[in-house]
Design a protein around this ligand. Structure first.
Ligand SMILES: NC(=O)c1ccc[n+]([C@@H]2O[C@H](COP(=O)([O-])OP(=O)(O)OC[C@H]3O[C@@H](n4cnc5c(N)ncnc54)[C@H](O)[C@@H]3O)[C@@H](O)[C@H]2O)c1
Length: 307
């Protein structure tokens, strides 16, 4: 069997693939491919229609906007992703941000390095505990459920959620206090995290007047997708309130350009989309995408099927 792969995946997963299939690194003979594995490479309708032998496209990761799903459906090609394989790593990143921003880690580092302190424990950098706080989770999917588990078990936090696709019974079973309106969730939450997919319904979910609904002094974390939060509005909310601090891993343009005005703020932490970038997540994701693509080609059950 011939499988296209031309991006970095965990070396063990790449060896696992090579031990079972011929790996092709270009689309010169696309009509011969049985499978395609991508991380960021676009798979267009034109490519799918030309790949007459293609059975499956595997997305290393979650977001499916790089693959023409309609064309895949039309051509009877299965498409799958790797749900849950990096959720734990992203959840740990989010919890790390809650702690770091509550205690001004980033601002302390910046100021200490430029010799800004004349005393220890500066009063203007008084932090706050995360213990016992109210955590507001936008989206109640895999990542949010893991964040909820850590924040509840480790820090005795109250867990609230907003997710129109999760019914009251399921929310209660997951231990979330469910809010029907995002505004209401923001008004009660000390620590807010966004973990929803980018879609027509989530572009600009937090923009304009929505910023006014954050509790004064709240901390906002976004490791989902940049377009979900308006960056100009975020800048205002961080400089004029109500936000105390924010930590973002994803931006409308990535990596975040160095002239972004957000980077001038010491109450803002920016990382270059590293939420799922751990050894463990890379390994789990690589093995999952290889196993599932090969299973589909062999006609065996596979996980993460979208189409
Ligand atoms: N920073 C990173 O490295 C990284 C890594 C993995 C995932 N992500 C992002 O995190 C997102 C969430 O991942 P997940 O594994 O938790 O996904 P998931 O599919 O398990 O959960 C997403 C949840 O969002 C909910 N949702 C959809 N539209 C909504 C809306 N308009 N309002 C509120 N809730 C809504 C869904 O019902 C679902 O429960 C991904 O789509 C991806 O964009 C980022």
């Amino acid at each position: 069997m011939k499988i296209y792969l031309n991006e970095f995946i965990h070396p063990d997963a790449a060896s696992h693939l090579r031990s079972q299939a011929e790996v092709v690194t270009n689309f010169d003979h696309i009509e011969e491919l049985d499978g395609i594995i991508v991380r960021g490479t676009q798979v267009t309708g034109e490519m799918i229609r030309a790949a007459k032998n293609l059975k499956v496209i595997g997305r290393h990761g979650i977001a499916m906007n790089i693959i023409d799903l309609d064309a895949a459906r039309e051509c009877g090609v299965r498409v799958l992703n790797t749900p849950r394989t990096n959720a734990n790593s992203v959840a740990e990143y989010i919890v790390g941000c809650f702690l770091a921003m509550s205690r001004h880690f980033y601002e302390c580092n910046v100021k200490l390095r430029r010799g800004a302190f004349t005393r220890i424990a500066p009063p203007d950098l008084l932090g706050s505990d995360v213990s016992g706080k109210t955590v507001g989770l936008v989206g109640m999917g895999n990542i949010s459920q893991l964040v909820a588990k850590i924040m509840r078990n480790a820090f005795d936090c109250e867990i609230c959620g907003y997710d129109p696709f999760v019914d009251n019974e399921r929310a209660a079973a997951l231990g979330f206090k469910k809010y029907e309106r995002l505004e209401d969730l923001l008004e009660v939450s000390d620590l807010v995290n966004i973990s929803v997919p980018l879609s027509k319904g989530t572009v600009g979910l937090v923009s304009g007047d929505m910023f006014r609904h954050f509790k004064p002094g709240a901390i906002l974390v976004n490791a989902a997708r940049g377009q979900i939060v308006n960056e100009d509005g975020l800048y205002c909310a961080l400089t004029e309130g109500p936000l105390k601090a924010a930590a973002f891993d994803t931006f409308a343009v990535e990596p975040l350009p160095k002239d972004s005005k957000l980077l001038t703020l010491e109450n803002f932490s920016a990382t270059p989309h590293i939420g799922g970038n751990t050894e463990e997540a890379l390994y789990r994701t690589g093995i999952a995408v290889v196993d599932n693509v090969i299973n589909v080609i062999k006609g065996q059950p596979a996980d993460g099927i979208i189409v």
